[in-house]
Ligand binder design. Structure first.
Ligand code: SPV
Ligand code: MN
Length: 620
């Protein structure tokens, strides 16, 4: 046990004595000495300890109770509402091993800087020492983790999102665990971090350690989520597996058949709502580890809870979450509007906008403006909820299966208003990885009035890369190469618009696309081959629309949605090729070859059939 810890209470000492791990002792002593907390609370996997954290979050005012039993609200600072791309840096000794686009910092310099910020940062506070596991415990996927934080909200969130890992530490002296150090730093009267000049999020790849200071937004502080993703991605490259920004779900087909798939989407593109579709079962909504096993792929959810966007959730489109948000049970809402009657309100919720409430900006009424004169919405667009997946009615029974589930398909999708069809199957693994995964883009609307920006986001992991993109893509290609049964790769697009700019599909239409994907995996429906992939036949979709949604699906809708838009596809290929040609080195040759071939197929089709081609013209 660490000498420093001896200064702390007896109960914590007893809990530490059960752990026989030199690296853990060294790590804990180092950061107790540096951060100088007044108190230490060691959190085991026991219900009592987790309950203590929950209660403390309320006692310390990091969370506020909402009207419904078990629901709490947390607010982050006005300028601390999302992942901070600028201040998040990977620490490396040799910068040349990263792409220039990956924000990095000389390791020695970064460590010195963060040590300076951490010095005495926990004076007058409690350091929570928490243990978790990435992936199911007792599994080859599992990665043990230790989190040191002075935020009960961060500890509470992590107990909802990750499997407890104290007992695993007691059982194993494995010194290869991930380490997380977080401090919210000094807070203002609203309990939000105030020392913005000392806000840092540093990821030390060489010592598998994450540092986060003077911030509270969970994407910056819940280290096991996107910060650990840089560590796991790096680890996965070395050992030939994949660490992906993907949901995992069970698709329910005919005769009780369950087929598991993953899906990768950039943030705010419908990943969580897809993974929670009624009629299917959820394994995970954000992060997946994928490994090869006997010629196929197996996947686990890295987490056991969801930290999802709450905006837009309503009773019709998201019945499962709606139920969880309207019944007693554990939910943390962040950056929503809390009304005077302790009701939680978010943009897009059923019902009227409240006349008054409290949000991330303080007291709020409709029309409240920020300093620059811009109207503040009732809830922040990135307002979120945190729940355990077991709160949902459609949790898949394999969530904690240590072997994971067999992955039979992988889906890629982004916010694409004008190019790709709603659903299409790629020709093979490599074609899928290159033309869907490595070519993934998503449109965002810039703050400057309505200007649309297309953001390149390979595999939706663009923000989290900790290895050169060339290495990452090569690893993805290689991963599927020697598999007897690689997953089939599909592209989906929920955001396609018509000429007048209106969406061609309703929010729930995606339920049909996934039922079609399920049938395709089992070769129970036929396809029409196009230059970019294989698309559904009208009659199959018509039947599915009726079965799944009770909707009539007209031939006209089908033709509009599944028209091959050749000029847009050619533009996309040009953009993607340019990105890979100009910005990064050592891109696998096959990437350019596949793009060239796809371009050629599109050009040939254009010569014979014109710019816009109906599926019927291709099936002939
Ligand atoms: C995302 O933005 O993709 C999230 C939330 O899942 S965060 O933890 O902020 O990354
Ligand atoms: Mn995510």
């Amino acid at each position: 046990m660490s000498a420093q810890a001896a200064r702390f209470d007896e109960a914590s000492q007893k809990k530490l004595e059960r752990i026989n791990n030199n690296e853990f002792n060294r790590f804990l002593s180092e950061y107790i000495e540096l951060c100088k907390p007044d108190k230490l609370f060691v959190c085991t996997d026991s219900i009592d300890d987790i309950e203590y954290i929950r209660r403390t979050a309320l006692d310390e005012g990091e969370e506020i109770p909402a009207g419904t039993k078990g629901h709490t609200v947390h607010f982050d600072g006005y300028l601390d509402q999302a992942r901070d791309r600028e201040r998040t840096k990977v620490l490396v000794t040799d910068k040349s091993r990263l792409d220039p686009k990956i924000k990095s910092l000389d390791r020695e310099k970064g460590i010195a800087e963060i040590r300076d910020i951490l010095n005495g940062i926990m004076k007058g506070r409690t350091m929570y020492v928490c243990f978790y596991s990435l992936g199911p415990t007792d599994s080859e996927f599992a990665i043990p983790c230790v989190q040191l934080t002075d935020s009960s909200y961060v500890a509470h969130s992590e107990f909802l999102l990750y499997r407890p890992g104290y007992e695993a530490f007691v059982r194993s002296g494995d010194e290869n665990f991930f380490k997380f150090v977080h401090s919210q730093g000094e807070v203002d009267e609203k309990k939000t971090s105030k020392d913005v000049s000392k806000k840092r999020i540093y990821i030390d790849l060489e010592d598998n350690t994450v540092f986060s200071t003077n911030t509270q937004y969970a994407g910056n502080t819940v280290g096991l989520k996107k910060l650990a993703l840089r560590l796991t991605l790096n680890k996965a490259m070395k050992n030939g597996w994949l660490s992906e920004h993907m949901f995992i779900m069970g698709l329910h087909g005919p005769k009780d058949r369950v087929t598991y798939i993953t899906g990768a989407f950039p943030s705010m593109c419908g990943k969580t709502s897809t993974s929670m579709m009624p009629g299917e079962t959820i394994v995970g909504d954000d992060l997946a580890f994928l490994r090869k096993s006997n010629g196929h792929v197996r996947g686990v959810n890295v987490e056991k809870g969801s930290f999802g966007v709450v905006g837009g959730i309503n009773s019709r489109d998201d019945p499962l979450l709606w139920k969880a948000f309207n019944n007693p049970g554990e939910v943390i809402f962040s950056n929503i509007l809390l009304t005077d009657t302790k009701e939680v309100y978010w943009i897009g919720k059923d019902g009227e906008v409240p006349a008054h409430g409290y949000n991330h900006s303080g007291n709020w009424t409709p029309g409240t403006k920020d300093r620059s004169g811009k109207e503040i919405p009732a809830s922040h667009p990135n307002a979120r909820f945190t729940v355990e997946l077991k709160t949902l009615d459609n949790l898949d029974p394999n969530l904690d299966n240590p072997k994971g589930v067999k992955i039979e398909a992988m889906v890629y999708g982004g916010r694409d208003y004008d190019t790709c069809v709603p659903v299409e199957e790629t020709f093979d693994w490599t074609h899928g990885i290159i033309t869907k995964g490595a070519s993934l883009e998503s449109e965002t609307t810039a703050a400057t009035i309505g200007k649309k920006i297309r953001e390149f986001n390979p595999m939706s992991n663009g923000d989290f890369l900790s290895v050169p993109i060339a290495t990452y893509i090569q690893n993805n290609i290689d991963f599927g190469k020697d598999l007897a049964n690689p997953p089939i790769i599909f592209g989906v697009n929920y955001y396609l618009t018509g000429e007048d700019g209106t969406f061609l599909n309703g929010m729930t239409d995606k339920r049909v696309w996934y039922k079609w994907i399920e049938l395709r995996i089992h070769k129970e429906v036929d396809v029409i081959k196009t230059p970019t992939g294989s698309i559904p036949k009208y009659t199959d979709l018509k039947k599915l629309f009726q079965e799944v949604l009770g909707k009539d699906y007209s031939k006209d809708q089908y033709l509009q949605q599944f028209t091959l838009r050749i000029p847009q596809h050619l533009e996309k290929i040009k953009r993607i090729r340019e990105i890979y040609k100009t910005s990064v080195a050592n891109i696998p040759e096959i990437l350019f070859r596949m793009l060239d071939e796809q371009e050629q197929r599109l050009e040939d089709t254009r010569v014979s059939l014109g710019d816009y081609v109906f599926p019927d013209q291709l099936s002939k």
